[in-house]
Design a protein around this ligand. Structure first.
Ligand SMILES: Nc1ncnc2c1ncn2[C@@H]1O[C@H](COP(=O)(O)OP(=O)(O)OP(=O)(O)O)[C@@H](O)[C@H]1O
Length: 338
């Protein structure tokens, strides 16, 4: 997409706080990113970096309270979906934005058969009658590679394997032909072979259907195989953004560099973790005023403890397009920014 063309989804300055008895938790701190038509945007970061809370905030799936979206805009086309009514949001969610989560067992209702659950969004959002919804449900089951769809629609979630349940979730997410699909660690609970099959399926569906996808994972190895562009999150902030090849070839942020070193490598028969990043991502009681990665960073200097760096573009581009990073240390020069 040329710089300046209209994104499908444009998230600007999103800030989400949990109000807990122990005080506020600043889970999402001024997050901005956009999604281009048909692209697959990877969102990476360790557990607790704010990936899920960001996505749940923007589709209104967080329990409020304790969560509170304090600031930001989420533009889906021209509509700010943070400002619409709960009923309108329910319609957007499911019809224009589909989502798939990590554990399909908790997302599927155990007391309804699969047919009911695949047909539900078609009847609710697309106004289909029972016969139309059934025909479309059979098509969807075929689309996601579930054999013998007519028989399988009568089955209940517990009669499906983990991988097949995730295929059902994808069928439900795609039922209304959404513009955006949000997949939050969709393969984490699955074993490696099934994981690879689901990733292949999503790649195939993307080519066939052309929707834009946000794929959340802590696994950069997965991202390398599927994403067009990546945002790296730390402490509820975007710390780096780049096209996938650029990110792997020329990582700038010390956190991204450390994450890249944690990609498992296969040595003989054994998978080894090369290096783990020492320490933990912080739980923030206030919006960060210093660089939240500084305590774990080998390049930190005075300024990092005093000022939270804002994202700056590498080269002539704009932040959010091309390559940008939020760091006081200039990786290309191996020195602090002037
Ligand atoms: N209900 C809640 N109450 C208080 N804090 C919460 C709540 N849910 C999430 N958080 C906090 O929000 C921050 C971001 O969590 P989030 O789940 O978005 O991280 P994540 O990057 O998606 O991690 P994971 O990969 O483990 O899902 C964490 O510090 C977490 O402790």
């Amino acid at each position: 997409m040329p710089d300046g063309a209209k994104p499908v989804l444009d998230v600007r300055g999103l800030q989400t706080v949990f109000r807990t008895r122990g005080g506020d938790v600043h889970a999402v701190n001024s997050v901005s990113f956009h999604l281009e038509p048909g692209e697959l945007l990877g969102v990476v970061g360790e557990s607790g970096s704010g990936k899920s809370v960001t996505m749940m905030s923007l589709i209104g799936l967080l329990p409020m309270p304790p969560a509170e979206v304090r600031e930001g805009e989420v533009l889906l086309g021209d509509m700010d979906i943070l400002k619409i009514s709960p009923a309108q949001l329910r319609d957007v969610r499911g019809r224009r934005i589909g989502f798939v989560f990590q554990d399909p067992m908790t997302s599927l209702n155990p007391v309804y058969n699969i047919g009911n659950q695949v047909m539900e969004p078609l009847r609710r959002h697309m106004g289909m009658n029972k016969a139309q919804a059934y025909t479309r449900a059979v098509e969807l089951m075929e689309l996601v590679g579930i054999p013998d769809p007519e028989r399988r629609l009568k089955d209940y979630p517990h009669q499906f394997s983990g991988g097949m349940r995730q295929r059902v979730m994808i069928a439900i997410a795609l039922a209304c032909d959404p513009e955006v699909l949000i997949a939050d660690e969709p393969t984490t609970a699955l074993d490696v072979t099934i994981q690879a099959q689901i990733i292949e399926l999503v790649k195939e569906l993307r080519t066939k259907l052309g929707m834009a996808i946000v794929w959340i994972t802590h696994d950069l190895g997965v991202i390398a195989g599927i994403a067009d562009r990546v945002i790296v999150m730390y402490a509820g902030q975007v710390v780096e953004q780049a096209p996938v090849k650029e990110l792997f070839a020329n990582p700038q942020h010390p956190y991204t560099r450390a994450l890249l070193k944690t990609i498992p490598s296969v040595t003989g028969e054994r998978e080894t973790r090369l290096k783990v990043i020492e320490g933990q991502p912080p739980i923030l009681g206030a919006a960060p005023t210093a660089c939240p990665f500084a305590p774990r960073c080998g390049h930190a200097f005075d300024r990092c403890g005093a000022e939270n760096p804002i994202r700056r573009a590498l080269g002539a581009g704009r932040v959010g397009y091309g390559h940008d990073v939020a760091c006081h240390w200039d990786a290309s020069k191996g020195a602090a920014h002037a």
